[in-house]
Design a protein around this ligand. Structure first.
Ligand SMILES: Cc1cc2nc3c(=O)[nH]c(=O)nc-3n(C[C@H](O)[C@H](O)[C@H](O)COP(=O)(O)OP(=O)(O)OC[C@H]3O[C@@H](n4cnc5c(N)ncnc54)[C@H](O)[C@@H]3O)c2cc1C
Length: 474
């Protein structure tokens, strides 16, 4: 490795990680410093989650949800995969080091990557202050790290499959079960539950007239434990408009009813006729039950770093030093990463580690692709500023006073404050929007939804981020 190579590792390549990778891969430095990006993503294709529920109900769209990563960082890129996927240039299951000069016992062989950037299809399992360890046992050292691992949702909102073919099969399988079911219970009236109800209603029950019961092909019930749909931060008028539009799509919305679910119940998205009761004793008989609750933040890989922080803090306290903060990296109640508005970890021991997107502890309002994209850009811009200032060299010198002084002198970018609001599509032609407490209902809501998502659920924007045009992957 040339001494002027700066190593940036980005983990997670969805809205936040891809935007960071795209922004950083286009920076031009004046000196001979070479920025090498290693992008680690467990999926073999980008998954366009904004269109997931539409694709799960209208299978023609599902194949378009998976986009290759090969153009994201330009053409000078090596691809390494530990999945047996035809799109990978080679497979790897051995323990490997990327451009690492040290002899840590995690690695048993060393692979020199000559290309400028690298994408690795594997999963991050351990994080350390200067390197990460992947599921395929690769150890990847870094000067700067971007953790953009977002969250997982129950299928079909996000597929659990890592390979494109399996993901398409998963969405098709879901659609087959919806086809078979005469009655469907959707559990949870968050964004995913409401959207799914709208998609199924739009496909099977479209009447435009709530009184035309002959057009109702599927009985759909959406059960929600709270009195507002989507989020408590939204108005009652927002819920009212959604309820009215869902009714026109043949969806019965039941609010303030929490299902009393047996602890061993499994929702596998397969037809299974059963009766579920709410805590108040109300019964729902359905052929298919889809559970949309339970968003899981992906931060398990930070346990190693958290342990290191705790150990260092204990040692520092024992010596009565103030050098290491024990500030939790991850909020123990939400599992989200505590960050500063600059996207750096809030713990001052790690100014070189960033966490943009859904994975961080910014507000619920900010859990959107558009904000994740902006977070990724802020992280990338700040890494650029730090690279230009030679922060990585100062940090590797270990001179704490110099590190602090340099950090304080930098004008790092901060993410913008979010606008309170939401836009929820109900099938391709309807939706409700709200911004700053103003609800756009009726046909205006439908129009705003169409304006925001287009007919392709913002796919063309994602394609352009990944270097493709809509025609190429239609
Ligand atoms: C059904 C649905 C509809 C939505 N509709 C909209 C909408 O219309 N508009 C909007 O703005 N937002 C929408 N959202 C929200 C939006 O999708 C999220 O805010 C956005 O995906 C967050 O992006 P992210 O990059 O932070 O994380 P994610 O999209 O969650 O991506 C995280 C990435 O990291 C990878 N990863 C995770 N863990 C690891 C690991 N350990 N190692 C390697 N890789 C890992 C994952 O495979 C994934 O690719 C919707 C979400 C859903 C589920």
């Amino acid at each position: 490795m040339s001494p002027s190579t700066v190593r940036v590792v980005i983990v997670g390549a969805s809205y936040a990680g891809a935007s960071a990778a795209r922004t950083l891969s286009s920076i031009k430095l004046n000196d001979d410093t070479n920025v090498q990006i290693t992008l680690v993503e467990r999926r073999d294709h980008y998954f366009h989650s904004i269109g997931a529920l539409h694709g799960a109900v209208f299978p023609r769209f599902s194949k378009r949800l998976f986009v290759p990563y090969d153009r994201l960082m330009g053409s000078n890129v090596s691809h390494i995969s530990s999945l047996s996927s035809p799109s990978s240039s080679r497979t790897s299951s051995t323990k490997e080091n990327i451009n690492s000069n040290d002899d840590d016992d995690v690695s048993t062989s060393s692979t020199k990557i000559e290309n400028k950037h690298v994408t690795i299809c594997s999963e991050l399992v351990e994080t350390h202050p200067d390197h990460v360890v992947l599921k395929n046992n690769m150890k990847v050292p870094f000067d700067y790290l971007v953790l953009a691992t977002g969250s997982d949702n129950n299928s079909p909102a996000k597929t659990s499959s890592l390979k494109k073919e399996d993901g398409m099969q998963e969405l098709k399988g879901f659609n087959d079960e919806v086809e078979k079911a005469k009655s469907i219970l959707i559990i949870g009236g968050g964004g995913a539950g409401v959207e799914l109800a709208g998609e199924i209603g739009a496909k099977y029950n479209t009447t435009g007239n709530a009184k035309d019961s002959s057009a109702i092909k599927k009985k759909i019930v959406l059960a929600h434990s709270r009195n507002k749909l989507v989020g408590e931060h939204l108005s009652e008028a927002f819920t009212k408009d959604l309820k009215c539009k869902l009714k026109n799509l043949g969806v019965e919305v039941v609010l303030n009813e929490r299902l009393d679910l047996p602890p061993d119940i499994v929702f596998d998205n397969k037809v299974n006729t059963r009766v579920l009761k709410t805590l108040s004793g109300r019964e729902f008989n359905s052929d298919l039950q889809v559970c949309t609750i339970g968003n899981r933040i992906n931060t398990k890989y930070l346990e190693t770093l958290e342990l290191a922080v705790d150990a260092a803090a204990a040692a520092a306290a024992a010596k009565d030093l103030d050098s290491v903060s024990s500030l939790h990296l991850v909020d123990p109640t939400t599992n989200m990463i505590n960050i500063l508005p600059t996207m750096q970890l809030a713990n001052p021991a790690f100014p070189h580690i960033f966490a943009p997107g859904d994975v961080n502890n910014r507000s619920k309002v900010e859990k959107k692709a558009s904000y994740a994209y902006g977070h990724g850009q802020v992280a990338a811009k700040n890494i650029e500023i730090m690279i230009r200032a030679g922060f990585h060299n100062v940090r590797s010198s270990g001179d704490k006073a110099a590190i602090k002084q340099l950090l304080e002198s930098l004008s790092l970018k901060k993410c913008r404050n979010p606008i309170n609001g939401a836009k929820i599509p109900l099938g391709p032609k309807m939706g409700t929007a709200e911004f700053c407490g103003i609800t756009f209902s009726g046909v205006i809501g439908n129009f705003i939804m169409w304006l925001g998502n287009g007919e392709d659920y913002k796919l063309s924007r994602t394609l352009s981020l990944l270097g493709y045009s809509p025609k190429e992957l239609s």
